[in-house]
Design a protein around this ligand. Structure first.
Ligand SMILES: NC(=O)C1=CN([C@@H]2O[C@H](COP(=O)(O)OP(=O)(O)OC[C@H]3O[C@@H](n4cnc5c(N)ncnc54)[C@H](OP(=O)(O)O)[C@@H]3O)[C@@H](O)[C@H]2O)C=CC1
Ligand SMILES: C/C=C/C(C)=O
Length: 407
């Protein structure tokens, strides 16, 4: 039987009830400004407005008439939120996170309510995990639609790019604590997908753009190696190196990825680190040595690349995903030898370094996309509930291009 589990006197959107232990979401949206105390009402007939039925609509087979007691229909919004429950150890486990519902209050002056449309899953979520406070919302960025606002800088109907974490609904005043990137209105992408705001036309694109151009400073005719080449950052970095007139070698983990890199994105060579002898394959692809290395993965792959670099080569250290899930300390590999004898320059970076030039990167990447010189690919997972799956599939290399979740 259907029984009321949770009622709240400030609800505008969602009432929650349970049937035989199964959570059923029934969203009955009343017209704005309605604030009526319903002692009893009948779903489906009383409401002239939008009615959304949750996943378990079979509950309706019991009856089309569901009685609710003492509902004050107001402006309640329920947010689904993934909480960071246990510190990741090794490869993340589903039980490390907890999916909860949070009831949001009404927005106040200066605030807006945003509803997530696309959420990002990224390797840094694993890399930064030891610093995430237990019990807090899982970290991450999203493109969200502003659905209510009492802040003129964030008008209703606009999309916002923000570090709200793994949550469907968020109230913000535009000043998020502890994050470099504050929520900003999605720029005009001239018809390109809004999801690019968390990918090629956002921090991901800028990581490739600034990390390659400002640190490696590739020159025409030079040889550039990109590891993690078929991922979101790597695929863009490699294409930007091509735009600079370089010979580009991509390293990634599957033949399908290699085909995409060479046949569609214009990479000159592909090395499958899972099946090829990377050292030999590099020698064959770069017989005159390597000038620039954009490093997304670290570990053995990177040591092998660095040992084949030319004098005064430049290494941009973007990330080291090969170690993020390791429990054991990595084995020592001596890279000081080539650094000294080849007089290499190796520099790590965080894309936030260029936050004051954020729009420059977005505008340039947008221009290149419009000119047909840059392609962005996405691997889309549907459903907020599947965030964890999307995240771990990305860590396993199942994504091609940017991994995103569509709510
Ligand atoms: N410094 C900065 O400001 C930023 C750094 N980063 C870093 O950039 C890198 C790429 O991130 P992003 O483009 O978002 O993610 P990707 O889209 O590249 O996804 C991660 C990819 O890593 C590869 N991978 C997984 N395990 C290994 C392994 N053991 N060895 C080699 N490759 C592996 C997989 O591809 P495959 O099939 O090839 O194995 C997978 O698709 C990461 O290291 C990330 O931390 C990202 C954003 C900003
Ligand atoms: C800013 C992002 C850093 C990593 C390690 O991904």
């Amino acid at each position: 039987m259907c029984s009321m589990e949770s009622l709240n006197g400030r609800g505008r959107e969602t009432d929650i009830f349970h049937t035989k232990g199964v959570s059923v979401s029934l969203q009955a949206k009343l017209s704005n400004n309605v604030n009526v105390l319903y002692n009893r009402y009948t779903v489906g007939s009383s409401f002239g407005n939008k009615i959304k039925l949750g996943r378990y609509s079979h509950c309706l087979t019991y009856t089309c008439i569901i009685s609710f007691v003492n509902i004050v229909q107001n402006k309640m919004v329920l947010a689904k939120v993934f909480k960071y429950q246990h510190m990741f150890r090794g490869f993340p486990k589903f039980s490390d996170l907890k999916l909860v519902e949070e009831e949001l209050p009404e927005i106040e002056d200066g605030e807006f309510l945003a509803e997530a449309v696309y959420l990002s899953v990224d390797p840094y979520m694993r890399a930064y995990a030891p610093r995430i406070p237990i019990g807090s919302t899982m970290i991450g960025s999203q493109v969200a639609k502003i659905t209510e606002s009492k802040n003129p800088d964030y008008p209703v109907g606009k999309y916002v790019v923000a570090n709200f974490g793994w949550r469907t609904h968020t109230i913000s005043n535009g000043k998020e604590e502890g994050v470099v990137f504050q929520p900003y209105i999605l720029p005009d992408f001239e018809g390109l997908p809004i999801s690019y705001g968390i990918g090629g036309l956002g921090r991901i694109g800028n990581t490739a753009y600034f990390g390659l151009l400002d640190i490696c400073k590739p020159k025409e005719g030079e040889t550039v190696v990109i590891s993690g080449a078929a991922g979101s950052v790597g695929s863009i970095a490699g294409q930007i190196a091509k735009i600079q007139g370089c010979t580009v070698i991509g390293i990634a983990g599957s033949e399908e990825k290699g085909k995409w890199l060479t046949e569609e994105l214009g990479f000159d060579h592909f090395i499958n680190y899972k099946t090829d002898d990377v050292e030999k394959a590099l020698k064959a692809a770069a017989p005159n040595g390597i000038d620039c290395y954009f490093d997304n993965v670290g570990g053995d792959i990177s040591s092998t690349v660095i040992y084949q670099m030319n004098h005064f080569g430049r290494i941009s250290v973007c990330g080291s995903i090969s170690s993020y899930n390791s429990i054991n300390e990595p084995e020592d590999i001596l890279i000081q030898f080539p650094l000294v004898f080849k007089q290499l320059r190796m520099e790590g970076f965080n894309v936030s370094r260029w936050s004051d030039r954020h729009m420059e990167g977005i505008k340039q990447n947008l221009k290149w996309i419009k000119e047909g010189k840059l392609k962005c690919r996405e691997t889309v997972t549907n459903g907020f509930e599947n965030m964890f799956e999307a995240f771990t599939e990305m860590l396993k290399g199942k994504n091609v291009g940017k991994a995103v979740v569509k709510v």
